[in-house]
Write a protein that binds this ligand. Structure first.
Ligand code: HEM
Length: 154
């Protein structure tokens, strides 16, 4: 631990557990961020009001509300906890670059929530091709965030 001792360095002994819980939350959140747009691809191709569309509505609502929202909140909670254990060198740029990409991921999460509610109201905001392209965005953000978090290049 090479940080500045941290405002809440009483958290320092919990660093390994905070990082474990942080990474587990990240895995759950990213599973949803990669899967939900895939559901939108197929949902966009189904007829509004059809049994298939109703099944997709249930899957999307449960994935978003029961997995993605709690996992995102837990990722932030344990990430902020980690940031205050005294390990982070606040002059190092990697955390700020990472938080910029995490802010983009969090914004995208809220956009997915808006689309989930639109599908639930039987509207089709975009076509299947649009969601197939959007599906790549969380993947690219994830790659950038993990490189910054592990390699800490600057
Ligand atoms: C939500 C806000 C987030 C905050 C405040 C945050 C903060 C942190 C901090 C302070 C560490 C400890 C770094 C170290 O041990 O040197 C860390 C580790 C890590 N974070 Fe985050 N993080 C956040 C979100 C994310 C997201 C969204 C991902 C992946 C998509 C992620 C992936 C990781 C990984 C893989 C590590 C372990 C790095 C290592 O062991 O070297 N974090 N995070």
């Amino acid at each position: 631990m090479s940080g500045d001792g941290g405002a809440m360095s009483w958290l320092a002994p919990y660093y390994p557990w905070l990082k474990t819980l942080h990474i587990l939350s990240v895995i759950a959140w990213m599973a949803g961020m990669l899967y939900l747009p895939r559901l939108f691809v197929y949902h966009a191709g189904s007829e509004a009001g059809s049994p298939t569309s109703e099944t997709f509505k249930t899957m999307e609502r449960r994935l978003y509300r029961a997995i993605m929202v709690p996992a995102m909140l837990a990722t932030w909670l344990f990430g902020i906890g980690l940031a205050f254990t005294g390990i982070v060198v606040w002059t190092a740029f990697w955390l700020y670059a990472k938080l910029l990409l995490v802010a983009a991921m969090t914004w995208l999460h809220t956009v997915f929530g808006r689309w989930q509610r639109a599908f639930a109201a039987d509207t089709r905001p975009h076509g299947a091709g649009f969601y197939r392209a959007i599906n790549e965005v969380p993947t690219l953000l994830l790659i950038g965030i993990v490189i910054l978090a592990v390699v800490k290049p600057f």
